[in-house]
Ligand binder design. Structure first.
Ligand code: PLP
Length: 396
């Protein structure tokens, strides 16, 4: 067998979320879509802002089609990068320019490229469990070694003692995802300050450079004005991996960016390495039409009040029935303690009631399920009696 075994295995292994999604489609054809309470996928349910559709139509009518559909420079359209840098400057008070911004095909691309740009074979990359399952794949692709730090189980904030113990001379990067998938938790400023102090200390101790990679597709999805610290303001060696997939509900359009902090050690070379990593991975450039859309709509965002209403209905009802979960301040996920040790067994029991949730073992934590509440409000309301029956069945 001469083909690559790692990619073969990856291709063969279906993600649990995809499996559930396929099952959901099959079940819907049997009993009707309205009778299947599928909470598996993190696909935005809120429409993109009207400005986006208007801008697309306007661009198609008025702009030169070679600009809209041709290649841009590998780093991205200069005008778009300037708009993004200005927006970061204004919103977060960071002195950054277009030369620090690299346009990508969404957060997955931003992460793959950033990791490839900084990690050498055998370097360690620390993530916090629960974490987005694809981190395993991305770190592996960069020939790095995934190191897992566990969170405080009552709050799902970072456990600084555990984290400190996980940093070694080989640590090259730490990935922080806040608001978090799957917990919905936003790391507090206090937590972030502790993490950054540990990183500063460890860099000195090992005379090394450790990059903080901020995975931020959910930055704009926060409820009740919760503060999401901008990591460049707390730690110089920061690389922000941003995406418009969730903030503008454009996951299928594949658009985002990498922002390398101008204060990072050897920042210019880190940026050049990002360019080289993008090139070596064959990205060529981010979608041109959507770079033009972002140039005009960089500060738009979806109506987050719709997600907030969903969160409130679901969180209030589930906790009233007796389910245990941390109230999420952001993203569109509820991370719920399964009603038995084995999250898969709980998933099967819930499935008998046509409720589809995701067991979180692959997110690095056992005994929890994720409920993606980026669905129509009706689905949430109609699912509540089933959630009630499930817990009553367990309590019998
Ligand atoms: N990071 C996290 C934490 C995510 O939840 C996702 C997608 O759900 C991604 C990255 C990838 O996002 P994108 O669609 O922008 O590639």
């Amino acid at each position: 067998m001469s083909i690559n075994q790692t990619t073969l295995e990856l291709g063969k292994k279906r993600s649990i979320i995809r499996e559930i999604f396929e099952y959901s489609k099959k079940r819907a054809s049997e009993i009707g879509k309205e009778n299947v309470f599928d909470f598996s996928l993190g696909n935005p349910s809120v429409c993109p802002p009207k400005e986006i559709t208007d801008t697309i139509l306007e661009l198609l009518k008025t702009e030169n089609s070679t600009l809209l559909h041709g290649y841009t420079s590998a780093t991205g359209d200069l005008g778009t990068r300037t708009v993004i840098a200005d927006s970061i400057k204004e919103r977060f008070n960071v002195d950054i320019s277009a030369n620090n911004i690299y346009m990508t095909c969404g957060a997955a691309a931003s992460l793959t490229i950033s990791l490839k740009a900084v990690v050498n074979e055998g370097d360690e990359v620390v993530v916090f469990a629960p974490f987005f399952t694809e981190y395993r794949v991305f770190v592996n692709n960069a020939n790095g070694k995934l190191v897992i730090s566990t969170l405080l189980s009552d709050t799902f904030q970072i456990d600084d003692k555990d984290f400190e113990g996980k940093i070694t001379a080989k640590t090259k990067a730490v990935i922080i995802n806040s608001p978090n998938n799957p917990s919905g938790v936003v790391y507090t400023e206090e937590t972030i300050k502790k993490v950054c102090a540990i990183l500063e200390k460890k860099q000195k101790e090992y005379n090394s450079t450790i990059y903080l990679i901020a995975d931020e597709p959910y930055r704009e999805l926060v409820y009740g004005g919760v503060f999401v610290p901008y990591l460049m303001n707390y730690y110089d060696n920061t690389i922000v991996c941003y995406s418009y997939s969730k903030s503008l509900s454009l996951p299928g359009e594949r658009i985002g960016y990498i922002a390398v902090s101008p204060k990072a050690t050897d920042s210019e070379n880190v940026y050049l390495s990002v360019c080289g990593a993008g090139r070596s991975l064959g990205y060529v450039c981010a979608p041109s039409l959507f770079q033009q859309v972002i140039k005009k709509c960089a500060d738009c965002k979806v109506d987050v009040s719709i997600y907030k209403e969903n969160r409130d209905i679901l969180y209030n009802a589930l906790t009233e029935y007796g389910y245990k979960c941390v109230k999420p301040d952001g993203a569109f996920y509820l991370f719920v303690k399964a009603l038995e040790k084995d999250a898969y067994a709980f998933f099967e029991r819930a499935k008998n009631h046509e409720v589809l949730v995701v067991p979180c073992d692959d997110f690095g934590v056992f005994g929890y399920v994720r409920i993606a509440y980026c669905v129509d409000k009706e689905r949430i309301i109609n699912s509540l009696p089933a959630f009630k029956k499930i817990i009553e069945e367990y309590n019998k």
